[in-house]
Design a protein around this ligand. Structure first.
Ligand code: FDP
Length: 355
């Protein structure tokens, strides 16, 4: 007879691990079975479902008609829309329709938030997401990602979702999905950072890394150096510094999620700085830089917009952009020191000119 109190010795650990699904893990993190905790657990479960649908389509994309390539449209950001962008955007909407969980979805692919009125009386949450991050990689079968954040609706919505224009510390949860050799979902609800790997045989995300800590320093610097000519001098100073010192190595995949994933586990820094013409850079605050900043801070790293922590930046519109310097604490601080140095020199010149 099996004694229920006695642990099963053989295979016990792997069985326990296989049972730690995403939804169960959220409830464990919240230490609660309250209605609120159940809702958040269900939201994460739905995000997991969206990830599985997207992963399934990506894995067969080369064999299917009308999956790869562009739609011919230009999105609200002025960027070419890929068929996978549209599909993935619709997947997130579909999984949250009639869920009673989320009242609004805001995404890179939609100018205005998508309202699900039937959910609104009960679902106080808004999902912000980038359905396919790194979409230039889609057509060549290289890793891409999805980024998400959950925020709570604050006050009445005036029809423009202006309550979303708040700093990143208001995020309740954030994370990303990496569609790589395996599909991984990494999330935080403000209690550490945890990674799940999709087990295709079970069709479930299973806990693979709990309480991930980013190293304080790492060798990787990840930046599109083709933009060197348009950067501020301070960023060029930093890049010249790494070129002249031993111990650095460059990695840049073209998908933010992949580059951040590497840095989360191995340390280093990712930069997408502003340029002289576009000081706010390319990446979007509400559904790209703020969710990743939330995650990396939870792992013990830092995320900066140059002179301010990303999580303190308040957007002035839904699709606002921000520069991003993110990763290991020491590496982000080093990049900031080059910015401070140039700012100080500029202040001194201004003072001298006034005298
Ligand atoms: P993409 O436009 O291909 O979706 O989200 C923006 C992003 O990719 C990031 O994933 C990626 O790091 C960056 O842009 C790549 O931009 P560059 O080609 O300008 O380097």
């Amino acid at each position: 007879m099996v004694d229920a109190q006695q642990p099963l010795v053989q295979g016990e650990r792997s069985l326990d691990r296989d049972c730690t699904t995403l939804s169960r893990h959220v409830l464990q993190q919240l230490h609660s079975f309250s209605a609120d905790a159940q809702d958040l657990s269900a939201i994460m479960g739905r995000i997991g479902l969206a990830a599985k649908l997207i992963a399934r389509r990506l894995s067969r994309a080369g064999l299917m008609e009308n999956v790869l390539g562009v739609t011919g449209d230009i999105n609200v950001q002025g960027e070419t829309v890929k068929k996978m962008d549209v599909y993935a955007n619709e997947v997130f909407i579909s999984v949250f329709k009639q869920s009673g969980l989320v009242c609004r979805l805001a995404s890179e692919e939609m100018e205005q938030p998508y309202y699900i009125p039937e959910n609104c009386p009960i679902g106080r949450y808004t999902l912000l997401y980038d359905p396919i991050d790194g979409s230039s990689n889609v057509d060549i079968n290289i890793n891409v990602g999805s980024i998400f954040a959950i925020r709570q609706q604050e006050g009445e919505d005036d029809g423009t979702a202006s309550d979303l224009l708040q700093n990143g510390r208001k995020q309740i949860a954030a994370g990303y999905v990496l569609y790589g050799p395996s599909t991984m979902l990494v999330y935080s609800m403000g209690t550490g950072v945890h990674a799940f790997t999709l087990d295709p045989s079970l069709g479930e995300f299973i806990l693979s890394n709990e309480n991930i800590r980013i190293p304080d320093h790492g060798p990787v610097y990840s930046v599109n150096e083709g933009n060197f000519w348009q950067w501020e001098e301070s960023i060029r100073d930093y890049i010249r510094y790494v070129h002249r010192h031993e111990g650095y190595t460059a990695r840049y995949s073209g998908a933010l999620v992949g580059d951040i994933h590497r840095i989360l586990f191995q340390g280093g820094v990712f930069l997408y700085p502003g340029t002289v013409k576009k000081p706010e850079g390319k990446l979007r605050l509400l559904y790209e830089t703020a969710p990743l900043a939330f995650l990396i801070e939870q792992a013990g790293g830092r995320a900066s917009a140059g002179t301010q922590d990303i999580l303190d930046v308040v957007p002035n519109k839904l699709h606002a952009r921000s520069p991003l310097i993110i990763g290991s604490k020491e590496d982000v601080t080093l990049v900031e020191s080059f910015i401070q140095e140039r700012d100080r020199e500029q202040d001194e010149r201004l003072m001298a000119a006034k005298r």
